[in-house]
Design a protein around this ligand. Sequence first.
Ligand code: ADP
Ligand code: MG
Ligand code: MG
Length: 521
Amino acid sequence: MVAHSLTSDAYPPAVDEGEKQRLVEVIKDWTVANGLTVRPPPTLVAVGADPSGVLATSVPVTLFPSPFPQVCFDQAKGVQRAYNELYAKVSQDEQFLSFIVQEVGDGDEFIANLWKVHCRVKEEGYVQDLSFGLFRSDYMVHEDPSDAAAGLQVKQVEFNTIASSFGGLSTQTCRLHKFLADTEYPYFKEAGVHTKQNLPANDSVQGLAAGMEAAFKAYPKSELDLETCVIFLVQDGERNVFDQRHVEYALGKSSTTSRIPVFRLPFSETLQRTRVANTPQRQLIYSLPSNPDKKFEVAVIYMRCGYGPGDYPDTNAWDARYHLERSAAIKCPSVLTQLAGAKKVQQILAMPKLDPSAPSELSRFIPEDSQAWKDLWATFTNIFPMDDSEGGQAARKLALDSESCQRYVLKPQREGGGNNCYKAAIPPFLKELPEAHWKSYILMELITPPPVNNIILRNGQLEQGGVICELGVYGSCVWNQRTGKILHNEEAGYLLRTKGDQSEEGGVAAGFGCMDSCNLV
Ligand code: ADP
Ligand code: MG
Ligand code: MG
């Protein structure tokens, strides 16, 4: 076994009760003062605690940055531009995506409906060749007990192509931990944290904003005499609004651009507030709610919604998605890019891991002898199809067996947390599900990172114990769907999310995880 220094009695440093409460006060104030916040939960709102919607509350955070192997951090950051290129290419491959939809669409109406939107627009012809992705590739640290020489590596949990969140709050979390390392130096020193070396800079806010600026600038000027703008398309009642605001406030702050007008538009109001011009260019026109005569031409639509069936309660919502898709605005993401993020795509790319005789689908997009191919490949872990192929049959056996199921997670084609089925819950879940729908799931080996200890501050309460960390690396990419030309391809900062080691899901928004930053070891 490779010795590692992630688990140690010295981490987190010993803090007595009184000191802990003092640190809680420090963090409570710093988080609110610096926008490491969310709107209050519906339970508070329901009892009338915030009738005017003015309250904000601290996001759950770790007291100390969690130890994370430098080698894994470098690996994940280093492969991001290759991932951006890969997913830009996947979204250009309509034939490949149509195959994915065929595979899962029978048991997954949502995916089938997304595909229908694409087909409808394709029929009349797309008017915008440019596409924009703000991606996040998520990983956990993997240690192969049978291969000590391999050392610690990151393995990919999933790749997000829509509404990749927490980039706004992540920069703030790193700033919080740096602030604590400066002001509470004795504790951090005891834990071996020396700010500069161990706490890496994290410019996720700037990185995401820079991607958005690149897309905004690439938008071809139309003959309409309107100012251009960016729309943040959001969910009704979004609590994680400051995460989005940090990116908005950073837009156009760079020296080369003047401030870009940004408007927040609830997805449910798309058809009231926007119109597609009746011109060959089909510009998307946004009217201010306060003054409908004041109009803007929408250059970029940044979707922080629309990733799950809950956002499409009726045909109006699907009409709204179609309306946006057929317009000239640059979509982040387009329907095809959203589909590229399906877990089924990840499974197919990783397939030959299980069956070396299977063709490498990764080579369809990235040359097999390239460094990018090797780097991407190294991040894949074992993922099975659940169809009736040979591999699928093997997976079904593993999933249904009460012992082997313990090593797996079963995932549908869903985003946003709370949708997966873990370990012993898999066999009864499958037995309830019509067999014809099994193939819209994938079965993934659980990654079991080395244990780490930390203290989580959530709703003013401290929880100390074993934690599991998930690293996300952001990527921003602007490309031309027709020519394949890439206009902008950057790694855009990182996110560390941490959950108690007894929890299976780790979403901060879903209430399971918390924000963290890396203490590189
Ligand atoms: P979503 O798109 O809903 O976020 P994920 O694939 O990220 O779906 O799964 C949600 C959570 O489940 C992850 O954040 C992680 O905590 C856990 N998880 C998912 N896949 C694995 C895996 N292979 N090994 C360990 N944990 C996993
Ligand atoms: Mg996801
Ligand atoms: Mg996830």
